[in-house]
Design a protein around this ligand. Structure first.
Ligand code: IPM
Ligand code: MG
Length: 351
């Protein structure tokens, strides 16, 4: 297969982890006879520095014309500590999601056999966890009306949802559930928020089209607790943008490290693959960041292109590296800590 992949390394550790995913993907392409052309483009603080804009039109062109987008991370402390900054790297990420129509963010949570005892949670609670959080990505409070009133002393952000936005996300959730454990949980705050009541109403109306799927409705605060108390209670979760942002960071504790969790963002056109972690600026340039989340995001890319064997080859080699302790410092725990690039080299070689 010929694949044109837009490569958006972004900020902080982004370029380092992206490099490893490229190495591993190239090794997969070589082994299975595929032809990948990487199309690098600027995004985030790196793009602001170069052209004054975190998601330039040229970058959008590259993404919109690619078969897929592989993305590193975005964010830079220079902007975090300056609330008055006019342009922020994160705006680039949000603009990219919106312009590419990436309305569904697929964030799987699973455990790695060799890491179970590294999780702060007890083995019997988490072993066998296999759930997907399907986060709405182009609506809600991230994109609602916001502003300041009273000379800047009052601020507001609004959670706005349209029925069609909930329907298209829920449809993906139902379809995913059908192929998995046939359980769907709609997570909201319908006891307080009107937008959440629209979520419930919309999903309830869709239940009859999926009689095989068992649907439950839970409040997000309770899910924050149950998710780490008994993660096996969940199969597919659908939820609003902000709730999904929070719950997926929480869920990463189940697998042992933020550095392990991949994601895909899908819409109707091109899809994007990215680790769920951020730009981890403290580690930038040190060659210590865990590249596995990005490498596993590349596996999701291959899977979505119908290349399941290729995806499995990546997952297998990642499991092997974990079992053999070829890992970065975040999960080394007393054992030898390998560099980001060493882990990437090892993975590529073992493909
Ligand atoms: C994520 C990140 C982003 C988000 C930030 C960097 C804007 O936390 O992808 O989860 O909030 O969506
Ligand atoms: Mg987040």
């Amino acid at each position: 297969m010929k694949l044109n992949i837009a490569l958006l390394a972004g900020d902080g550790i982004g370029p380092e982890v992206i490099d490893q995913a490229v190495k591993v993907s190239d090794a997969v392409a070589l082994k299975f006879g595929h032809d990948i052309t990487w199309k690098p483009a600027l995004t985030g603080a790196a793009a602001i520095d170069a052209v004054g804009e975190p998601y330039p039109d040229e970058t959008h062109e590259v993404c919109a014309n690619a078969d897929a987008v592989l993305f590193g991370a975005i964010g830079d402390p220079r902007f975090d500590n300056d609330p008055s900054a006019k342009v922020r790297p994160e705006q680039g990420l949000l603009k990219m999601r919106k312009k590419l129509g990436l309305f569904a963010n697929v964030r799987p949570t699973f455990t790695f056999p060799s890491l179970i005892d590294k999780s702060p949670l007890k083995r019997d609670r988490i072993e066998g966890t296999d759930l997907i959080i399907l986060r709405e990505l182009t609506g809600g409070v991230y994109f609602g009306e916001r502003g300041r009133l009273n000379d800047g002393d009052t601020a507001f952000d609004t959670m706005t949802y349209h029925r069609f936005e909930i329907e298209r996300l829920a449809k993906k959730g139902f379809e995913m559930a059908l192929k998995r454990g046939k359980r769907l949980c709609c997570v909201d705050k319908a006891n307080v928020l009107e937008a959440s009541r629209l979520w419930r109403e919309t999903v309830q109306a869709m239940e009859k089209d999926y009689p095989e799927v068992e649907v439950t409705y839970e409040f997000v605060d309770a899910v924050a607790m149950r998710l780490i108390q008994w993660p096996k209670g969940y199969d597919v979760i659908i939820t609003a943008n902000l709730f999904g942002d929070i719950l997926t960071d929480e869920a990463s504790v189940i697998s042992g490290s933020m550095g392990l969790m991949p994601s895909s963002s899908v819409g109707s056109e091109v899809s994007l693959y990215e680790p769920i972690h951020g730009s981890y600026p403290q580690a930038a340039g040190k060659d210590i960041a865990n590249p596995l989340a990005t490498v596993l995001s590349a596996a999701m890319l291959f899977e979505d292109k119908g290349l399941s064997e290729e995806a499995q080859a990546i997952r297998d080699v990642v499991n092997k590296s974990l079992a053999e302790g070829i890992v970065t410092e975040d999960i080394a725990e007393g054992g030898k800590a390998y560099k980001t690039s060493e882990v990437g080299d090892w993975l590529a070689k073992n493909i």
